[in-house]
Design a protein around this ligand. Structure first.
Ligand code: PXG
Length: 441
């Protein structure tokens, strides 16, 4: 049998994630290099990055500080075990991270992805109540259309049907809020929509149905990204917070996408002025360069675990690569780069320009809604009757051929460029997209 190593260009062995494998392998799209705002393809074309890789390369590509930190770290300390051992950069990164986090969040638990951050937060929520002698609080509440990664806890509280339906019965004891998408009342809103705060009140009914004493936590994305950019109606997050407070329920914000400056403040909690009990983050934590996630936790939650005998492990949870030295080095250099260039608030400055550019697409063929906040944009297309997703996918392919990388989910185009984007590049991204929308069937 021929060994695959003798056929380096064979595409067969790699089972690609979240990809139509057979379709892709017939016409692959290969990226071979990246710098700043642009990728280079294997056929030598330059492609403007309209999605920060996958919502993660917030400082742009190949930033020297980050690259050098990783190179140095690999030579100096490649790996250190994280259980009953440590290395200095883990503490340094946790300190820097809680420095930029919303004030009530004082501790960081490191993971290797957003999915793991979500599992970790859900487990901390359950264990916290139990530690406090409130062990009947076992129920978790998510939201329809929510995306919280792909592990079992995350898909259970998540609300994306395709991510759930093939995988059995999932976690028990989970319920869901309704999603907030309401195009009949909110289409073409600029920023957070006016209508729909009352959808948060359904949390009150869910809590009443199960009895408050059984509810551990509510998890939502402050701005839902993966499902196609759904913004919280004005006042919605405040109402969720008030209901959670009333019933002793923890509120978790999944900020894997909104964290690290995406909407113009370091975290969405800052932007909306609503403080959760935990934040999950990943992606922009290391500029996407090395896998890493984290859960940021309030002091009361952390301290509730610090009660038993001191020789006993307080939380039976962790990963071989928690606070991996390479990831910590990348994280520290990333936070420095954000600080050097004021990137965590840059989206706020660019937001009005971005909003105008995006909304200039109104009136183009098939465009039925446009949504924006900070440097996030969603453009919803009318699906082709009987063939949902096909129209947006063909926009995506044409866009790539025309030199811009966008992302589509269902029939929604999502954009989230690196926070270093310049106005001329916004014009290029939206201008190219406009041309394509005029030509697509
Ligand atoms: N929570 C949220 C809110 C996310 O957006 C995760 C958790 C999981 O993170 P990891 O690192 O395990 O992938 C995410 C990930 C898209 C898209 O098309 C978004 C994500 C992943 C894949 C695709 O928008 N976000």
């Amino acid at each position: 049998m021929e060994r695959s190593t003798s056929r380096p260009n064979d595409l067969d062995a790699f089972w690609m994630p979240f990809t139509a494998n057979r379709q892709f392998k017939q016409a692959p799209r290969m990226l071979v290099a990246a710098e700043g705002m642009r990728y280079r393809t294997d056929d030598g074309r330059s492609v403007l990055d309209g999605v920060a890789g996958l919502w993660c390369v917030n400082a742009g590509h190949a930033r020297p500080k980050i690259t050098e930190a990783i190179q140095r770290q690999a030579a100096e300390l490649d790996y250190a075990p994280p259980f009953q051992m440590a290395h200095p950069k883990a503490f340094e990164l946790a300190t820097r991270l809680v420095d930029i986090a919303p004030e009530p969040l004082t501790h960081a638990f490191f993971t290797n992805s957003g999915s793991e951050a979500v599992e970790t937060a859900l487990k901390i929520a359950l264990a916290y109540h139990r530690t406090k002698g409130d062990g009947a609080r076992t129920r978790l509440i998510g939201r329809e259309r929510g995306y919280h990664g792909v592990n079992f806890g995350g898909i259970s509280v998540g609300g994306i049907v395709a991510n759930r339906k093939m995988f059995g019965t999932l976690l028990s004891g989970v319920d869901h809020l309704p999603h907030t998408h309401d195009p009949a009342r909110n289409a073409f809103s600029r920023g957070a929509p006016e209508h729909g705060a009352e959808k948060a009140d359904l949390l009150e009914s869910i809590v009443a149905l199960h009895d408050p004493s059984t509810i551990a936590a509510v998890i939502v994305e402050p701005v839902a990204g993966s499902t196609g950019v759904l913004l919280p109606p004005k006042g919605y997050l405040e109402r969720l917070r008030a209901i959670c407070d009333r019933h002793g329920v923890l509120l978790i914000f999944d900020e894997v996408i909104t964290g690290f400056g995406r909407i113009g403040a370091p975290f969405a909690a800052d932007y909306f002025g609503v403080m959760p009990d935990m934040i999950t983050c990943a992606k922009g934590l290391t500029n996407g360069v090395i896998p890493m996630g984290a859960v940021l936790v309030r002091r009361e939650i952390h301290d509730a675990f610090m009660n038993g005998p001191e020789h006993v492990i307080e939380l039976f949870h962790g990963y071989t690569y928690s606070a991996n030295p390479m990831a910590c080095a990348a994280g520290l250099a990333t936070l420095e780069t954000y600080a050097d260039e004021s990137l965590l608030t840059r989206a706020a400055e660019l937001a009005p320009y971005w909003e105008d550019a995006l909304h200039s697409l109104k009136g183009l063929p098939h465009v039925i809604d446009i949504r924006n906040l900070g440097l996030i944009g969603g453009v919803e297309l009318e699906p082709i009757a009987g063939s949902p997703t096909k129209r947006a996918y063909s926009v995506f392919v044409k866009a790539f051929e025309a030199g811009i990388l966008i992302r589509t989910t269902g029939d929604i185009i999502a954009m989230s460029p690196p926070l270093i984007i310049e106005k001329a590049e916004i014009d290029e991204l939206i201008g190219t997209l406009a041309k394509i929308l005029k030509t697509v069937d």
